[in-house]
Structures are given as C-alpha cells and as structure tokens.
Design a binder for this molecule. Structure first.
Ligand code: NAD
Length: 487
C-alpha cells in the first residue's frame, strides 16, 4: 500500500488490512490531465469480503460504551490533524482544488467531523412517558442499525466521507465506505490511521471503484440495511430503485440550484464578495454554491457591474498557487459538460459577461492540458433556460433582475431542487418573511456557508431525503424502539 515509482497504487482496506484488487481504474490529476494514480476497480467479490468483516466486527463494536467509541474517534482526529499538510497536498492534487482550500477547509473539517461526533455521541438521551391510570411506563431506546453503506462524491472528498463515517461508527455501526472513484486518495490515506487509532479491524472498511460496479454491489447487498449517499439526483434515483426491494433505510444528500436573492437595501460591500465566493468557491463544485442570482431591479445595473468586476479578479491558477482562488475542475468530461451549458446559453441569446475559456490564463506548460476555466457570469437569460433550472456544478452563475418580493419567492421556488438559498437585505422583517417562504433546507441571510454542525443539514424536493447533523445523523444511524412496562 505505498506509492510506487511513478503511479500511486491504492488498495482496498478490509478487516484492518490493505488488500490488492484484480483490476484498476486510472485516476487523473485535474491540473495536468495526466494519469497519476490507480484506483481498485472493485465489485461484488470485494463487497462480500467487506460485509463478512463488518458483520464479524459488529457485536463487539456495538456493545462498547459511547465513551470508549468516543476515545477512538478523538484519537483518529488527532492523527489526521498531525498529518494535515500531507492530506491537504493529496486532496488538492487529486481533486484540483486549491491547496489553500484543502488546508483551510477540507482537512480541518474532516478532523472536526471526528471530534464533533466523538463529543455529540456522549450527549444523547431518549424519551420516557407514563400512563398513570394503566400503570404503564413507556420509554425508547436507540440501537445501531448494523452495517452502514456510505457512498460519497468527489467535490469535498475526505470532508464528506468523514461526515458519514464519524456518526456511523460513533453510534456503534460498522461501515463499508465507497468514495468517488475520481477522488479516492485521501480515503486511502485515512485507512492508514484506522489501526493506529484503535479502530478494530472490520469496523471501517473502504472499498474503491465505480458506482455502477462496486456502488451497486453495496446498495443491493441484503446484509447492508442502511445507505447514506451524497451525490447527484440521477444516481439517488437509481439507488432508491435498487434498494427498494430490500426496504433499506436511505439518507440522500443531493444537488441544488441555489438562489441568492439580493434586495435593494442589501449591503453590497458585504454581499458582492460573498456572492462571488458562493458562486465560485471550489470551482463552483459545492452543492451549496449559488447559481441563480436574483437582484432587485433598482440596483440591478450597479450590482451587475460590480459583481462582474469582482468575478474577473477571482484568480484561476494551479492548485498550489497561494494567490489562486480557483483551481481545476474535476475531470475533462465535467469541464466539457459545464462548458456545454455556456454554449446552450449563448445559443438562446444570453450574454456571457465574463469567463468561460482559459485563454486569458498564463499556465505553466505542464498544466496546459489541465481542466481549467474562468468564473463565468451569464445574464439576459430566461427562467426556463436549462442554465437557470439544472445543476451545472461548475463556476457558472446567472444574474437576473426582479421587481417584487412575491415574484422573487415564486421564481426562486420554481426549480425542482431545494437545497440552499441566500437572502441579502437590511430589513429584518423581510429577511424572516422571505427565508420562511423559500423551499430550501438551508437559508443563509446576509452571509453564506456558516455551518453549525448541531443543526440539520439537507435539502427539500429533489435535493434529498433526510437530514444530517448531531441529532439527525444519530437518528439515522440508529433504530428506535418503544418499550412499555406495566408496573
Ligand atoms: P454522483 O452521483 O455521480 O456520484 C456520487 C457517488 O455515487 C460516487 O461515489 C459514485 O461512484 C457513486 N455512484 C455513481 N453511480 C452509482 C450507482 N449506480 N450506484 C451506487 N453508487 C453510485 O455524484 P458526483 O458527480 O460524484 O457528485 C456531484 C453531485 O453531488 C452534485 O449533484 C452535488 O450537488 C452533489 N452533492 C451534494 C451534497 C449535499 O450535501 N447535498 C454535497 C456534495 C455534493
């Protein structure tokens, strides 16, 4: 399980051991377009071995006290933190994001995920109530579900994977995790810390490979009663269909088409830089990124001018460049998909005010074939256009005017997604009124992406089913039972 001369060779981690695979998938460095890593192309066979290991580990792990499990999670957090720089370098190379982002967001949050659930597992209580007239006491207990199947995407690789592993094992489950085949390196690095932290063999198994092959083998395994999935809506649809015959417990965290609503009384000094960030952070590859900006007509021209100016200054560069705000997109296919939306917008008569190609970038020769593009701002576009309805998941945002509060709420709610919205206004009544009427699992007002991990995270409509957070994740990763005692 080590990097060979040139190509990094990953291996599955099952029952506390690294195991080679029969075949491998190429993994690309998004900033150069070169293959630099080989990811196991696992399937049913590997899932069978992992299920066996997870089943064997469950009785002992699930009967440990929350305090003991909490200590193991804290040790894991410490080990990750000690290797923060190494993990950040790996995440940035594998995903294309800036090293600054990996260093300040991805890896610190991965560490925090373990610390957070190490602490929150100590504070859950259950309910009780009595029926005096019948002499009955009722109470509830929560027990771990069993083997949890965890499937995560490529945009925030270790961050989102640990956001699932930590609550699952804190609650006493054993897990089989399948990271995205596009970004598997930090998950593989995490395996190296598991034994050291005292995670018993079989409690965390990580199996690499593609969705249709190993992902589906996990989803359809009868001994995996629970699937926690973060990814796209079409994949969630497939997972829902495949898991229906097994009546699996599902948590689905999906995409968004997130609106920002900017009223004429907004503080533009704060709003403009925050909206540039919410549109283009992590190359626009965050499910919470803003992709529809509704601006009240009286300030529309001023906002647009200043927003485009600020977007042009948002520097695209190689991931290790400390002055870059944006790195490379995840893959060639994704870059082409994102650019195809811009082409469609242009064909519909929309204006592209900045962005798109990389002709204005001066990249080192080695990075000329990397998957870079500029922050792109589209305007003069109809609400019915696919750029205003579908998730693009790249550095592309649309800016359109609106006239009234009622109208903008209706338009913001008119898409199939409902993940995150932002509202900018100086009027406290309006903020509450609008926030409460938006069909969105999260609403940030006069800010963006400030997370309180205790509170529910997730989307409405096609953005998902279920919520994650201290109580919500614990509820998902446990079964509740009501017990009645007649005294
Ligand atoms: P994706 O759906 O293509 O893949 C996600 C994961 O599912 C990967 O590990 C993939 O291998 C696996 N997969 C694919 N097909 C599968 C199948 N048939 N059976 C089982 N597993 C399968 O998504 P992506 O392109 O990796 O990620 C981008 C999407 O994720 C966007 O839509 C984004 O909005 C969403 N996302 C949502 C959140 C959230 O918290 N709501 C967070 C991050 C990303």
């Amino acid at each position: 399980c080590s990097g060979t001369m040139e190509l990094l060779m990953l291996e599955n981690f099952i029952d506390g051991k690294f195991l080679p695979c029969h075949s491998y998938i190429d993994s690309y460095d998004p900033s150069t377009g070169e293959v630099y890593c080989k990811v196991p192309d696992s399937g049913k066979e590997e899932i069978e071995v992992a299920v066996e290991a997870a089943r064997k580990a469950f009785p002992s792990w699930s009967s440990r006290s929350p305090q003991e499990r909490s200590q193991v999670l804290n040790r894991l957090a410490d080990l990750l933190e000690q290797s923060l720089e190494e993990l950040a370098q790996a995440e940035s190379k594998d995903q294309g994001k800036t090293l600054t982002m990996a260093r300040t967001i991805d890896i610190p949050r991965s560490v925090q995920n373990f610390r957070f659930f190490a602490s929150s597992i100590l504070h859950h209580t259950t309910e009780s109530t009595q029926m005096d007239h019948l002499g009955c006491l009722h109470y509830t207990v929560r027990t771990p579900v069993g083997i949890a199947g965890l499937i995560s995407p490529w945009n925030l690789p270790l961050y989102l994977l640990t956001w699932k592993i930590a609550p699952a094992i804190a609650a006493g489950n054993t897990v089989i995790a399948k990271p995205s085949e596009l970004t598997s390196v930090t998950a593989w690095m995490l395996c190296k810390f598991l034994n050291k932290a005292g995670v018993p063999p079989g409690v965390v198994n990580i199996v690499f490979g593609t969705g249709p092959k190993v992902g589906e083998a996990l989803v359809t395994h009868p001994e995996v009663p629970l699937i926690s999935f973060t990814g796209s809506q079409p994949t969630a649809e497939r997972i829902t269909q495949l898991s229906a015959p097994f009546c699996k417990k599902l948590s689905l965290e999906l995409g968004g088409k997130n609106p920002a609503i900017i009223f004429e009384d907004a503080n533009l000094e704060d709003c403009i830089p925050a909206t540039v960030r919410s549109s283009f952070a992590n190359q626009g590859e965050i499910c919470l990124c803003t992709s529809r900006i509704f601006v009240q007509r009286s300030i529309y021209n001023e906002f647009l001018k200043r927003f485009v100016e600020a977007s042009r200054k948002w520097k695209v560069g190689i991931p290790s460049d400390p002055s870059a705000s944006m790195g490379a997109l995840i893959s060639k296919a994704h870059l082409e998909k994102v650019r195809s939306y811009i082409k469609k917008a242009r064909a519909e008569g929309a204006q592209i005010l900045c962005g798109e190609g990389v002709d204005r970038l001066s990249l080192p020769p080695r990075n000329q074939a990397g998957y870079f593009m500029l922050p792109t701002v589209i305007t003069d576009i109809k609400d019915e256009s696919c750029c205003m309805k579908e998730e693009i998941f790249g550095p592309v945002t649309c800016v359109v005017p609106f006239d009234s509060e009622e109208e903008v709420i209706r338009r913001a709610n008119s898409v199939k997604y409902g993940l995150a919205a932002t509202v900018w206004s100086g009027h406290v009544g309006r903020i509450h009124r609008v926030a409460q009427k938006l069909q969105s699992g999260l609403v940030w007002t006069n800010c963006w992406l400030i997370r309180e991990l205790n509170l529910p995270f997730g989307g409405m409509k096609y953005s998902g089913i279920g919520r994650e957070g201290a109580k919500d994740s614990h509820d998902f990763f446990t079964e509740i039972k009501t017990i009645t005692v007649k005294y």
